[in-house]
Design a protein around this ligand. Structure first.
Ligand SMILES: NC(=O)c1ccc[n+]([C@@H]2O[C@H](COP(=O)([O-])OP(=O)(O)OC[C@H]3O[C@@H](n4cnc5c(N)ncnc54)[C@H](OP(=O)(O)O)[C@@H]3O)[C@@H](O)[C@H]2O)c1
Length: 402
C-alpha cells in the first residue's frame, strides 16, 4: 500500500498532486453523484461562465465528467497532451469564475467576487503553463538505465525486429533470437553497420523443451540488462478444429519460454540492482477471444506474469512491462492463419513500449486499442464480451476454421 502511494504521488510537485487528487475525486465521486443521483431540478453546471440548469445541466455534466477523468489520467501518466489540456482547462475555470458572478450579481459586487474567485485559477493556469515540461517524457538512455546487453526473442520479424533496431539505436549490444538464422544474420549485419554495436545470433526453437535453456546458457557469459520476451505465435480457429501439437507449441512459446528465460536471466539483474524485462502480451489477453481462445489465454498468462513481476521487482531496480499491442502489421496474421486486416506499424508499437518502460506495469499500444480493451474488460458483462469478440473474430478467421 505504501509503495503504491509512493508510486502514485512521486515525481510531481505537491500542487500538481493536489490537482490530480481533485480531478480524481471529481471523476470518481462527485460527477457520478451529480449525474446519477442529484435531482434534475437542483442541477446546475457552469461552462465558460454560462450557467445551465435542469436537463441542460445534466447533459452539460457528461463532458465535464469526461474532462475530469481525462485530466486525472493525464496527471497520473504524465501524458504529453496535458501540456495544453491542463492550462486550458484551468483557464476555462478562471474565465468562468471571473464572468459568472458578473452575470449573477452585476455591478461592483459581481466584479469583485469574480476577481477573488477567478484569480487563484488564473495563477494556477500560469503555474501549469510554466510546468508544461513536466509532461514532456524524457526516455533517457536505456543503456545507462539498464546495462549494455539486451536479449530479444522473435527478432527475425515484426515487433522483435523493431525492438532490436530501437535498442541498437540506443547503443545497446543485442542478442537476436529466433529460428530463421539467415534473417537474424541479415539484421545483425544491419545493426553492426548502422549503430556500431556488438550483435550475437542465437538460432533456437523456443517452443522446444530445451530451447529457452539453450538461449539462457548461450548468454551466461554476459550481463543481460534487458530481456525482451517477444517471440510469440497465434493460431486462429475453433478449438475442436485445431491441431493438438500446434496448440502445445503455442503454449510453450507464448508462456513457458518467457517464464524460463525470465527465471534464468532476472536474478542477474536483481543482483546488479538494475535491468528490464518486457513481455509481448496482447489486447487479446484482456478478454476471452473465441476463435483465438488458446492464444488469448496465453496472452492473459503473459499479462498476469508481467504485472505481478512488476510489483515484485520494483524495489530491486528491475522494471517489468507487459506490451499489449492491438492488430499490428507483421508476419503474425499470416502465421496465425488469420484473414488479412489493418494494423499499426511495428515501430509505433515498440515506441509505445519503450516510452512506458519504468513508468507503468503494462501498456496498450494505441489509444483506440486502449479504449476497446478497457471498455470490454472493465465494463462489459463476460458473456456479452465473449459473444461480441466471437463476432469480431469471425471476420478475421477463414470459413473452414470457424
Ligand atoms: N502482430 C500483431 O497483430 C500482434 C498483436 C498483439 C500481440 N502480438 C504479439 O507480439 C509478439 C511479436 O509478434 P509479431 O507481430 O512481431 O509476429 P511475427 O512478425 O510473426 O514475429 C514472430 C517472431 O517470433 C519468432 N518465433 C516464432 N516461433 C518461434 C519459435 N518456435 N522459436 C523462436 N522464435 C519463434 C519468429 O521468428 P522465426 O519464425 O524465425 O522463428 C518471429 O521473429 C508476439 O508475442 C505476438 O503474440 C502481435
Amino acid at each position: 500500500m505504501s509503495e503504491w502511494l509512493h508510486d502514485l504521488f512521486s515525481g510531481r510537485p505537491w500542487w500538481m498532486n493536489l490537482a490530480m487528487v481533485f480531478c480524481g475525486f471529481m471523476a470518481f465521486v462527485y460527477m457520478p453523484w451529480d449525474i446519477f443521483w442529484k435531482p434534475v431540478e437542483a442541477d446546475q453546471e457552469v461552462w465558460f461562465g454560462v450557467m445551465f440548469t435542469g436537463w441542460a445541466a445534466k447533459l452539460a455534466a457528461v463532458p465535464h465528467w469526461f474532462v475530469y477523468g481525462a485530466l486525472a489520467y493525464g496527471f497520473r501518466r504524465r501524458r504529453s497532451w496535458m501540456r495544453i489540456a491542463a492550462p486550458l482547462y484551468s483557464a476555462q475555470v478562471a474565465i468562468g469564475m471571473l464572468l459568472w458572478p458578473n452575470f449573477q450579481y452585476g455591478s461592483w459586487t459581481g466584479f469583485l467576487l469574480g476577481l477573488i474567485s477567478g484569480l487563484p485559477f488564473a495563477f494556477l493556469t500560469l503555474a501549469f503553463w510554466n510546468a508544461r515540461d513536466h509532461f514532456v517524457h524524457k526516455r533517457g538512455s536505456l543503456r545507462e538505465r539498464y546495462g549494455d546487453w539486451a536479449v530479444i526473442t522473435g527478432a527475425s520479424a515484426g515487433i522483435g525486429l523493431e525492438f532490436a533496431r530501437a535498442l541498437a539505436r540506443d547503443g545497446i549490444h543485442c542478442v537476436l533470437v529466433a529460428r530463421r538464422r539467415e534473417k537474424l544474420n541479415a539484421l545483425a549485419t544491419e545493426l553492426k553497420e548502422q549503430f556500431q554495436v556488438e550483435v550475437r545470433v542465437e538460432a533456437a526453437d523456443l517452443a522446444s523443451p530445451d530451447g529457452p535453456d539453450q538461449v539462457a546458457d548461450a548468454v551466461a557469459d554476459i550481463d543481460v540488462g534487458i530481456l525482451v520476451n517477444n517471440a510469440g505465435v497465434g493460431y486462429a480457429g475453433r478449438f475442436d478444429k485445431q491441431e493438438t501439437g500446434r496448440l502445445r507449441e503455442m503454449v510453450n512459446l507464448n508462456c513457458v519460454a518467457p517464464v524460463v528465460l525470465t527465471s534464468r536471466l532476472l536474478p542477474g539483474m536483481r543482483d546488479r540492482g538494475r535491468g528490464a524485462m518486457i513481455v509481448s502480451g496482447s489486447v487479446a489477453g484482456r478478454q476471452p477471444l473465441p476463435l483465438h481462445g488458446i492464444y488469448s489465454a496465453t496472452k492473459a498468462f503473459d499479462l498476469h506474469l508481467g504485472e505481478a513481476l512488476w510489483a515484485e521487482m520494483r524495489a530491486d531496480g528491475v522494471d517489468v512491462l507487459v506490451l499489449e499491442p492491438g492488430p499490428t502489421l507483421t508476419e503474425f496474421q499470416q502465421a496465425a492463419g488469420e484473414l488479412p486486416h489493418e494494423g499499426a506499424s511495428a515501430s509505433s508499437v515498440v515506441n509505445a513500449a519503450l516510452d512506458a518502460l519504468g513508468q507503468q506495469p503494462s501498456v496498450v499500444a494505441g489509444w483506440w486499442n486502449w479504449v476497446r480493451a478497457n471498455l470490454a474488460s472493465r465494463f462489459g458483462s463476460r458473456p456479452l464480451v465473449a459473444y461480441v469478440a466471437r463476432h469480431i473474430m469471425e471476420r478475421q478467421t477463414p470459413e473452414e476454421m470457424r
